[in-house]
Design a protein around this ligand. Structure first.
Ligand code: HEM
Length: 499
């Protein structure tokens, strides 16, 4: 009798669990919103978890099925989520109704407290606004202008070194790029002057964590973390998955706080990002607000350090790939640059700002290869999107790479055509958004564009960039990097010295 009772309870338990799991799978049908058919247990997101599709591919396929629908539902396991497929609706979420979608859909476990406190991940309007107010004064036009001489000095120093070695070896060129990006931000953010060429050769360098290895932990874990942090946060919380190793986490906390403490003790006033954030903190404290904690300092400066090195390096690779495949466009840009100067030392902020073609080539590369494939937001207050009522807690997604490749918004989208960015007014709002849009858009956009321009001027005035095998296809992305575009394999670069 007992075995029968146990078996019956197990079966009933399993049936109940199944019914609970699938009970919301008619959520979108009840609202008249189309959605692909879910299947147990993943709902619709199995290909992302299996590493067969990135978020970009996944959303592309859904949109292909319902190209004219402004919003399309899908299910992540048992949770209904919404894909936004209309620029006006996207605009209403990130601009007009911003307070109702203030939080990003990303979640992290407490193991990643450092990332959790960066403004990208911060939850709650008040906390985000406070973090943003710390940064904004560091990125004014006059501050950007004052950064350019440092960037130019740095690019020159590191490329001169590369050229004194095997200067056309791609490994040497990319090492120069990496060192330049790290050197620039160390000087601009902390006024730290250090010989990174020497440090990179020293196995015991204190800058090892900046210069060696991957920022993130092992690819398999990161894949799961990015999938689950958007789609199923309960999973990584149980597994305690983390983005960055504990060793690297501790390095950033120690390094950043030692800089902060040394600066606070010193009477010296520097014109750098650190000084500008210290000034914001001082003002906040004088108004009776609390000082920033060690972790807050580390988190905020971490964003600056990581995005201005890792993200910028990735984007530069995409731009170089695009101009390597489109040699005529590379020539056009080079001849524009040559009109302004023959070497990077002939350039300054104002000159760089007047070369429209630099912006056009960078924008077109970012359109074809957006590093952030999609953005997710959480609805924090029940609201109407178009004709659909979206309940508090629902995650909504903006398919950046699909918008960029949609022929409705960008004619002949697979073609590399910088001319489409000649008149920015002709680009419909929320159809080109590599840096996001609205109050929560990227804070470092202008820094990123400046440093990319300085590097591009240096590279295109030194080398002709091409691909060894004359590869003509698009860049292929690693499906195990579901959210941030990552190369499937390194293109076979060729850097030929210009005569
Ligand atoms: C080409 C390189 C970069 C790209 C493509 C990029 C892209 C993005 C995107 C898509 C977002 C999310 C926007 C949203 O949620 O609506 C973002 C946020 C952010 N980015 Fe960047 N970024 C880049 C470089 C940088 C740099 C160099 C910095 C810092 C110096 C930076 C700092 C930030 C910060 C602080 C946020 C959070 C903004 C907020 O939540 O208010 N980014 N970025």
């Amino acid at each position: 009798m007992l075995p029968i009772l146990i078996a019956t309870s197990v079966i009933l338990g399993a049936v109940l669990a199944y019914l609970l799991w699938v009970r919301d799978w008619d959520h979108w049908a009840k609202k008249g919103v189309p959605s692909p058919k879910p299947s147990f247990p993943y709902g619709n997101v199995k290909p992302i978890f299996d590493g067969k599709k990135t978020f970009g591919d996944f959303f592309d396929d859904i949109i292909k099925e319902w190209p004219e629908e402004p919003v399309i539902g899908f299910y992540s396991f048992f949770k209904p989520m919404l894909l936004l497929n209309d620029p006006d609706i996207i605009n209403s979420v990130v601009v007009t109704n911003f307070p109702k979608f203030v939080d990003g859909a990303f979640e992290l476990s407490s193991a990643d407290s450092l990332f959790l406190n960066t403004s990208f991940w911060l939850k709650g309007h008040k906390a985000w606004k406070e973090a943003k107010s710390r940064f904004t004064p560091s990125f004014t036009s006059s501050k950007q202008k004052s950064m350019v001489p440092t960037m130019i000095d740095s690019v020159q120093r590191h490329f001169n070194y590369a050229l004194s070695q095997k200067g056309t070896d791609p490994a040497e060129v990319f090492q120069a790029i990496k060192l330049m990006l790290n050197d620039s931000i160390l000087r601009i953010a902390f006024s730290i002057e250090v010989d990174l060429i020497k440090e990179a050769k020293d196995a015991d360098s204190q800058y090892k964590q900046l210069l060696d290895g991957d920022l993130f932990v092992d690819r398999q874990d990161i894949h799961l973390l990015f999938c689950t942090s958007h789609l199923a946060s309960w999973y990584f919380k149980i597994r305690k998955l983390r983005l960055m190793s504990e060793e690297r986490h501790n390095f950033y906390v120690e390094f950043i706080n030692s800089c902060v403490e040394a600066r606070k003790k010193s009477l010296e006033q520097r014109n750098d990002i650190l000084q500008s954030i210290i000034a914001v903190e001082k003002e906040a404290v004088s108004e009776g607000k609390r000082a920033f904690t060690r972790e807050e300092w580390a988190s905020n400066m971490l964003t600056v350090m990581v995005d201005s090195t890792e993200t910028a390096a990735l984007v530069l690779k995409f731009i170089l790939f695009a101009v390597a495949q489109n040699t005529k466009e590379q020539e056009k840009l080079r001849s524009e640059l040559l009109k302004a100067g023959s070497s990077i030392t002939d350039f300054d902020y104002d000159k760089i700002a007047t070369i429209r073609r630099l912006d056009m080539v960078i924008n077109e590369s970012l359109r074809l290869y957006s590093p952030v494939l999609a953005l997710g937001k959480i609805c924090v207050e029940t609201t109407k999107i178009g004709d659909v009522v979206v309940e508090k807690g629902t995650k909504v997604f903006i398919p950046i790479s699909s918008l960029h490749m949609n022929p409705k918004y960008h004619e002949d989208p697979t073609k590399f055509n910088p001319e489409r960015f000649e008149d920015m007014k002709s680009i419909r709002s929320c159809t080109f958004m590599p840096f996001g849009e609205g109050p929560r858009a990227c804070l470092g956009q202008r820094y990123a564009l400046l440093v990319l321009k300085v590097l591009l001027v240096q590279i295109l005035l030194t080398y002709e960039v091409s691909l060894e095998d004359g590869y003509e296809g698009p860049l292929e992305f690693n499906k195990m990097s579901p959210f941030i575009a990552a190369l499937k394999e390194e293109p076979k670069w060729k850097f030929t010295m210009l005569k």
